[in-house]
Structure formats: structure tokens, C-alpha cells
Design a protein around this ligand. Structure first.
Ligand SMILES: Cc1cc2nc3c(=O)[nH]c(=O)nc-3n(C[C@H](O)[C@H](O)[C@H](O)COP(=O)(O)O)c2cc1C
Length: 458
């Protein structure tokens, strides 16, 4: 590979994982006709990197023929720090700088690598990392002296970066692949879409949903709120009744009040925007009055239609929010104190908040929850529960895996460790079986909804 005026740089590609969540070896994933590792090597070559070390398990499949790399073999299970320590042992003496280039970021381009290398030449800069939308990504470039610190037991790449912020310089980039992971099959779908230039599809967006519960404070502009709600209300609506309303709450004091009435959820306080998604029969009540009839407010069907319509609008709204790069979390806690919340928001008779929704630019990066196996949801021609035991077992495994990752990668959920042994079924049995605190908390709901003008009688 070509030498240039920069520090002699060697890339280290930790690729010793077994790609458990992806279901295949990530280094060998086909990304537009070339494997991920081939892409990285080509990118490094284009950016003048002097050599590439790829860390692999001893029993991993061989890399593609003719790849100009040094393979470092590890017996470990793919922990990044172990791989980096192994690579350090094999790093050529002439290496003055190191680029840690995880295989997940195979779509990062040479301009980013060049910019990182250039940054390292600036006085005082010993670590350079790319920044996408204010969040750090990969690859990370560092001087050899900094990289040598990985040798200390227990020290991770993150420790090196965080130890002394003074020595870190950032390279802002619009290439979001510096933050992307190739963890889940849908990540691979997204990467392949990007490579073929196919538009990002709505379906791909739906697979990427995660509830977000931590936000930057920057406000969501009025015009954006209007556009999102306008688009959301094109959801189907029962017999065109459009029995919904949305209250956009931005006033901090009112939002704090909403948070209190929704079970004290802090993310409602912190999100710049809180939507109250309401079932609303008030417009139909007026239509009835104007036309000499009376709203059948005792109709259970009408209650159901309004609630379903509000939920459809709400789901559309969340999808629109996420498609625009914002994050959201629905808030069922809005049904904790429906009468008080309706009063706070000045709702007219015959309306209630079906659920709320926090919205903002997300700060968190939660582990995706996945879903139970499709066989538990999709049936062909007739309901078939012959596989139910296996479906529930897999739902349990999925829940435990989410808990394990959430503890390992995020230090727990909402600041608390998640129980890693409880599966989905046990949680449901506790939540909605026996003396459920959930059911208990909502025992007064029917009465409250009646008082708000919904009959649910006939
Ligand atoms: C109607 C509804 C109400 C919800 N209420 C809350 C809530 O009050 N607080 C909260 O943190 N999450 C709430 N959620 C989010 C769910 O916990 C979340 O969707 C679920 O755990 C799956 O996680 P995911 O959305 O990240 O895939 C709600 C979701 C829905 C659909």
C-alpha cells in the first residue's frame, strides 16, 4: 500500500466475533458483491493506510483469496479489547498510528479515513474519531503510544477514548455509516439498500423502530409538528369518522404536569415535545347537534372506533417521526389519571387521551427488542398453535438476550439492571395474571371514561 506524508498507519479490523445476532460471520457478509472485509481493505488502500491486520478466531472461515492483509488469530470469543490486545502483539514496529476499523463500519468511505489521518497530524491530537450528528463513531485513529495503552488488562477502546478528552479530536461527517452497526439482519438490509441506491423503504424504516426515552432539548419546530401530524392523520379511519385529536404540548410546566399524571415518567419532562393522542367524539357530537340528532355516546362500538382511529393515527405519527430521524415513545401512562389529564389539556366532553407520545432528537441508542417469532403471530388460513411451546420458548430467549445486552451495553434499563433470567412468558404471567398491579392501577378506568363521555354500554 502507498506511503504518504502522514504517520505510517496500520488498520486493525477486529473480526473475531461469530456474528451471533446477524446469523453469519460479519467479515464475510456480501455488501454489493464484495465482502465487508474486502470493502474495508479497499477503503484503507484508497486512504493510504500502510497495512491491515484482521483479527480472526482460529476456527473462522478463511478470508477471500488474495486479500492483502495480515491475519492475527485469537482464541477468544470476539471481545473487541481481546482482539486489539492480540493485534498489538503483531503490530509492525514501524507503525506510528493505528486505525481501529470494526467490520460493522464497512461502508465508511476513504474520505473519512483520510480526514482522520490528517487530524492525527495536528499538534496535540493523539486520537481522532468521526462524529455523525454530534455522536462519535468508527473507525477511531490514534497514535501508537495511545494504542499501546490497550495492553493494560481490562482496558477497552472506550477507556482509551474517554481517559483524556483533551487528546481527542473529532471529524464531523455526514456519513452515517460511522455510527451504523451490522448487528441485525435489518442492518444488512439497510446497507444493501444504500449500496444499490434503492430508496430507503417504509418497510425498512418499520424494522428499525425502537422506543426512545432520552432526548436532546432542542425544540421541534412548529412547521415540522404540523407536517408530521398532518401526514399521520392520513391513516385509515373507521367510516371516515376521524374521531381523534392531537394536543402538542411544549410548555415545560404543562409537560411536567402531564409527566406527573402519566406516572412520573422523566422522559416526558425531558422531551421537547409531548403529544396527547386523543379519541375525540366532540366533533361528531357537534355534527349531531347541528343536524338535530344526539350523539350515541353510550355506544361501545363508537368508543372502540374512536380509540382504534386514535391508535392508527398515533402509530402513523410515530413512524413519520422516526422516518425524519427523530425518536419517540408512546405513553400508556396517560390512562393513569384520565380525568385529571383531560382537564389539564382542556379536552371537551367525549374525549380522552388514549396514549401520549414523547418526541425529540434522541440521545439514547437502546438495544432493539426484536419481537416474538413470526409463527406466534402469522397463521395461514386458520389459527395454528401447534408450535406455541416453541414460540414461547423463543420469546423467552429473545427477552433474556435483550436483557443481557441491555445490561452489558447500556448498564441496564433506566439506570437499573434488568433481570436476565426472566423470560417473556414469566413477565406476562406476572403483569397480567393473578393480582396484577397493572390491572389494579387501571381498575377505575371504565368509570373514568364514562365520566368523560364514553358509554361502552351497548
Ligand atoms: C400504547 C403504548 C403505550 C406505551 N406506554 C409506555 C409508557 O407509558 N412508558 C414507556 O416508557 N413506554 C411505553 N410504551 C413503549 C413500549 O414499552 C415499547 O413499545 C415495547 O416495550 C417494545 O419496545 P420497542 O418499542 O422499543 O420495540 C408504550 C407502547 C405502546 C404501544
Amino acid at each position: 500500500m502507498s506511503a504518504d506524508a502522514g504517520k505510517r498507519t496500520f488498520a486493525i479490523v477486529p473480526a473475531a466475533g461469530i456474528g451471533e445476532r446477524m446469523g453469519q460471520d460479519k467479515a464475510l457478509l456480501d455488501l454489493g458483491g464484495r465482502s465487508a472485509i474486502e470493502r474495508i481493505v479497499a477503503t484503507c488502500r484508497a486512504a493510504g493506510v500502510d497495512g491491515v491486520l484482521v483479527v480472526r478466531r482460529g476456527d473462522a472461515e478463511p478470508l477471500p483469496d488474495g486479500l492483502d492483509v495480515t491475519v492475527v488469530t485469537t482464541g477468544d470469543k470476539g471481545e473487541m479489547s481481546d482482539s486489539l490486545r492480540m493485534a498489538l502483539l503483531k503490530l509492525p514496529r514501524e507503525a506510528e498510528a493505528v486505525l481501529v476499523f470494526p467490520v460493522d463500519h464497512a461502508l465508511v468511505e476513504a474520505d473519512t479515513v483520510l480526514a482522520l489521518r490528517a487530524k492525527l497530524l495536528q499538534p496535540g491530537c493523539t486520537i481522532a474519531l468521526p462524529l455523525y450528528r454530534d455522536r462519535p463513531g468508527h473507525p477511531v485513529a490514534m497514535t501508537r503510544a495511545v494504542f499501546n495503552e490497550i495492553d493494560r488488562a481490562g482496558r477497552t477502546l472506550r477507556d482509551l477514548v474517554r481517559r483524556d478528552p483533551e487528546r481527542v479530536a473529532v471529524v464531523p461527517t455526514s456519513n452515517h455509516w460511522v455510527r451504523a452497526d451490522l448487528d441485525q439482519p435489518e442492518d444488512l438490509r439497510a446497507a444493501r439498500c444504500a449500496l444499490t441506491g434503492e430508496p430507503w423503504s417504509t418497510v425498512a424504516q418499520m424494522y428499525r423502530h425502537r422506543s426512545r426515552r432520552w432526548y436532546h432539548p432542542d425544540p421541534v419546530p412548529d412547521a415540522r409538528i404540523e407536517r408530521l401530524v398532518d401526514a399521520a392523520r392520513y391513516a385509515s379511519t373507521s367510516s371516515f369518522i376521524q374521531a381523534y385529536s392531537v394536543i402538542a404540548v411544549r410548555d415545560p410546566e404543562l409537560k411536567a404536569e402531564c409527566a406527573r399524571l402519566c406516572g412520573g415518567q422523566q422522559h416526558i419532562v425531558e422531551a421537547p415535545l409531548f403529544f396527547a393522542v386523543c379519541a375525540d367524539l366532540a366533533k361528531i357530537a357537534r355534527a349531531c347537534a347541528d343536524n338535530g340528532t344526539t350523539l350515541q355516546s353510550t355506544s361501545f362500538e363508537l368508543f372502540l372506533q374512536a380509540t382504534i382511529d386514535a391508535a392508527l393515527l398515533g402509530q402513523n405519527l410515530q413512524l413519520a417521526v422516526e422516518a425524519e430521524g427523530l425518536g419517540a415513545c408512546m405513553i400508556g401512562g396517560a390512562r393513569n389519571h384520565p380525568i385529571e389529564l383531560a382537564e389539564k389539556l382542556h379536552l371537551p366532553p367525549h374525549s380522552f387521551v388514549v396514549f401520549g407520545m414523547t418526541v425529540g432528537r434522541p440521545k439514547d441508542d437502546p438495544v432493539p427488542r426484536g419481537r416474538m417469532p413470526l409463527a406466534g403471530v402469522l397463521h395461514w388460513n386458520r389459527y395454528d398453535d401447534s408450535d406455541l411451546a416453541s414460540v414461547l420458548r423463543k420469546a423467552d430467549d429473545g427477552m433474556r438476550e435483550w436483557a443481557r445486552r441491555t445490561n452489558a451495553e447500556q448498564g441496564g434499563y433506566n439506570g437499573r439492571p434488568v433481570n436476565e433470567t426472566k423470560g417473556w412468558a414469566e413477565r406476562m404471567a406476572k403483569m397480567w395474571g393473578g393480582d396484577s398491579s397493572y390491572a389494579e392501577a387501571r381498575k377505575t378506568l371504565v368509570d373514568a371514561l364514562r365520566r368523560l363521555g364514553f358509554g361502552m354500554e351497548e
